[in-house]
Ligand binder design. Structure first.
Ligand SMILES: *Cc1c(COP(=O)(O)O)cnc(C)c1O
Ligand code: SF4
Length: 344
């Protein structure tokens, strides 16, 4: 293996403001994909024995270097590391943990569109993500067949256009911001012809894990949209924020977008009142309000991240005693067939 650290010294990464417009794609491609390299960067080489080759084969490791830089070197329990490192625990079969835990297959109305809730259509714009989160319910989702991007937008847009009950489109994935801005603009241009759409929502982890993505072109695209735009970001721990993320979020806010955060309650990552208080407060300092705190979706391979319901309620009660009301996320779970996310 070529050691990564000297290479980093030779070619220091420019700050986000200095990056050329394709900077984010370069940062995307430079993501760490080799568990041994990740552990070596963190001075945790001995942890390599705990890495699961079959888990990494099923859902490969992928983590942007900027996110690695927010991990604490030498700490095997780092909450950011735990979100991305493939471990043996993932391959242990667990009763009650299924392949499609959230009923996505049943809720698809056609390729690329999932509609579960009244008024809202979720567009699976792409299957790609800049980071691979081990707990993700989408680790088994058949994206290759299911993204609206694959065969162009026409069918998905037409189905949304045909249903006047839909007033909000949610761009999701995967991560919709992994598409080029030109592709996104193509999609929103097609949606712009639908008179009953009143809101656009973007579910994305990219501004947090790869803040380079929030570049001039993206901001110009956002500013030109005619709908009010809401971002639902995804950060699980206060350490996921740094100066580059703050700057990216400030730019998003300046474009007029509303910024919310959803987190997943994860054992060993954020399952303490202190960690969750810090997450809400750090998000707020970056201009983001908490939205949901999700109980884990029970898909195969994620059981070791689960927090028992009783403990989840206890944590949430603890949060409500410490936080301003607007900094308290709603504790919810997704139940297949339910008309919305269910409060615990
Ligand atoms: C979670 C989800 C939504 C959004 O639900 P909100 O409660 O409005 O955030 C919409 N569609 C699908 C399919 C979802 O899973
Ligand atoms: S969809 Fe979200 S949670 Fe899942 S791997 Fe991608 S970024 Fe992570």
């Amino acid at each position: 293996m070529i050691p990564a650290a000297p290479a980093r010294r030779q070619f220091p990464a420019p700050g986000p403001a200095l990056l050329p417009s394709h900077g984010w794609q370069q940062a995307w491609r430079r993501a760490v994909r080799d568990p041994a390299e990740l552990l070596s960067l963190l001075e945790l080489d001995t942890l390599v024995e705990r890495v699961s080759t079959p888990a990494a084969a099923q859902f490969p490791l992928r983590v942007p270097r900027g996110f690695v830089a927010r991990m604490r070197p030498g700490d095997p329990h780092d909450p950011l590391l735990r979100q991305v490192l493939p471990l043996d625990e993932e391959m242990r079969p667990m009763p009650g943990f299924a392949l499609d835990a959230v009923g996505d297959a049943a809720a698809r109305t056609g390729p690329g569109v999932i509609q579960k809730y009244r008024g809202r259509a979720l567009l699976v714009a792409t299957g790609s993500c800049a980071i691979h989160c081990r707990y993700c319910f989408r680790r088994h989702f058949p994206y290759a067949e299911e993204t609206a991007a694959r065969d162009g937008w026409r069918d998905a847009v037409q189905r949304i256009g045909d249903d006047s009950g839909i007033d909000e489109v949610i761009l999701s994935g995967g991560d919709p911001l992994s598409l080029s801005t030109a592709k996104l603009a193509e999609l929103t241009a097609a949606l712009a012809g639908i008179p009953h759409l009143k809101r656009l929502r973007i579910h994305s982890r990219l501004p947090v894990v790869l803040p380079e993505r929030v570049d001039e072109a993206l901001l110009n695209w956002l500013q030109a949209l005619s709908w009010p735009v809401t971002f639902v970001l995804h950060a699980n721990h206060a350490n996921e924020f740094d100066a580059a993320v703050d700057a990216a979020l400030a730019r998003l806010r300046a474009s007029g977008a509303l910024l919310l955060n959803q987190a997943v309650l994860l054992q060993g990552v954020n399952d303490s009142v202190d960690a969750l208080v810090a997450l809400s407060e750090r998000g707020h300092a970056a201009g983001v309000l908490p939205y949901y705190l999700h109980q884990l979706d029970r898909v195969q391979g994620v059981a070791h991240f689960e927090v028992a319901d009783a403990r989840a309620r206890e944590l949430h009660a603890g949060l409500s005693e410490r936080l301003s009301g607007y900094l308290l996320p709603r504790l919810v779970r997704e139940i297949p067939g339910a008309p919305g996310k269910q409060p615990l």
